[in-house]
Design a protein around this ligand. Sequence first.
Ligand SMILES: NC(=O)C1=CN([C@@H]2O[C@H](COP(=O)(O)OP(=O)(O)OC[C@H]3O[C@@H](n4cnc5c(N)ncnc54)[C@H](O)[C@@H]3O)[C@@H](O)[C@H]2O)[C@@H](O)CC1
Ligand SMILES: Nc1ncnc2c1ncn2[C@@H]1O[C@H](COP(=O)(O)OP(=O)(O)O)[C@@H](O)[C@H]1O
Ligand SMILES: [K+]
Length: 455
Amino acid sequence: MKPIVTAAEMRAAEAAVIGGGTSVETLMERAGEAIAEAAWRYAGTAPALILCGPGNNGGDGYVAGRLLRERGVPVRIAASAEPRTDAARAARVAWDGPVEPLADARPAPLLIDALFGTGLTRPLDPSLGDALDRLAGAARYRIAVDLPSGVGTDDGILLGPVPRFDLTIALGALKPAHRLQPSAALCGRVAVADIGVPVTARLGEVARPRLPPPGPADNKYSRGMVAVIGGEMPGAAILAATAAQRAGAGYVALFGGGPGAPAALVRKDIGDQAALSDPRLCAIVIGPGLGRTEEARAALDRALGTGKPLLLDADALSLLAGRPLPRFVAPTLMTPHEGEFLRLFGRIEGSKVERARLAAARAGAVVLLKGADSVIAAPDGRAAIAPPAPSWLASAGTGDVLAGIAGAMLARGLDAFDAGCAALWLHGRAAEMAGPALIADDLAQHLAPALAACG
Ligand SMILES: NC(=O)C1=CN([C@@H]2O[C@H](COP(=O)(O)OP(=O)(O)OC[C@H]3O[C@@H](n4cnc5c(N)ncnc54)[C@H](O)[C@@H]3O)[C@@H](O)[C@H]2O)[C@@H](O)CC1
Ligand SMILES: Nc1ncnc2c1ncn2[C@@H]1O[C@H](COP(=O)(O)OP(=O)(O)O)[C@@H](O)[C@H]1O
Ligand SMILES: [K+]
């Protein structure tokens, strides 16, 4: 997993490197080199305007300006304030060109935003925000140093209006704001620059899972047997069941549910307790299309009573809301969207990562909080953010598909956190391949190549 570090973790990592004998100036020089290199590759010799703030983010900007100029790029620098750190002051002195006041700066084809990075603590002064917006709007290429100025590093909120960038150079490591909305959408492409600062993080980006294909010793049961419990809306359960099949489960049984499913789907009666207790059954997916009737509640209680690994989604989550959560005896993965999350856990303050973490600890289950920036957290503190996925996923039924994939991952023996991570990756990859205007049904047919990439 690529590490994702908070501002405090990044500061601690930098302090450790500095304590080991590397100067801040050296780190700033490396950051400036990375920015100059990226700008050169991206915009060539297009004239640049670099906006420098008072901290080390601004310092990175002065270094990048000097190095771009050495490459023959016409560079102008505009500052919002005098440098306030020793390293930024030194970088300012080493820049031998003029520094314009930001308010009067004229735009240039390439805009590099080095106003604020991880040190931003309060909303931008409106005049500063206006200047950034004006200059970014008039530029052809927009690059942010570390972060777009005006975003909250750890929660991705916008502390004022923030323009859209084409490229963001994340220094040392990804920060939550590069992956959490709304800021993630404003970063453009995010490139991580190695500045020689090793980081340790409690959070990561969901990575491609290792899912080896079946071997000669496998049979349909050993590959994972999944039960999907149907209900009032049969389409949703069929989407989940088909996804479980295409995500590699060897045997998928649909309990209840209507017509139109693949012939390979084994059909069971909704109340078939013996089949649900089959010792070969490795995971139960319940919620998509379940409904909230008394029959649905009874089906949920039966599933909870089996003590088997569970994927709880949609109506199963709504049925659990408003009463104390049961104590889950087997690995359990909950996949709420924001509405279901609110119903289940009430209002929780903090970033999406903190909210998912707290909910997981409270539930004693892994919580995968869906959205354009899906976050997964385990009760033991593990947490990850999904890589960006196509917004075409905002389409009815795609969550049912995710639930089915996750059921297959649980059934193949992954723990609930790893199962959720693997499902997120496969789901996103299948969506990329399905392309524009995808519908949930399309995702299943793209799971095969996604899965093949994980072998
Ligand atoms: N510390 C280090 O060793 C390194 C830091 N690097 C860069 O340094 C950045 C962090 O530097 P800093 O901690 O100096 O922080 P920033 O440069 O992000 O900004 C901090 C400064 O802005 C002021 N400030 C905060 N919010 C403000 C607001 N709304 N309006 C006006 N002023 C405001 C603070 O009082 C402080 O003076 C990183 O994002 C990265 O770009 C890199 O140079 C690599 C090495
Ligand atoms: N704008 C978006 N960008 C990327 N993924 C999204 C976006 N909106 C929703 N998704 C994903 O699509 C799925 C929708 O699931 P859900 O809300 O449960 O819908 P449904 O119940 O109709 O299946 C989730 O996996 C979610 O993360
Ligand atoms: K910046």
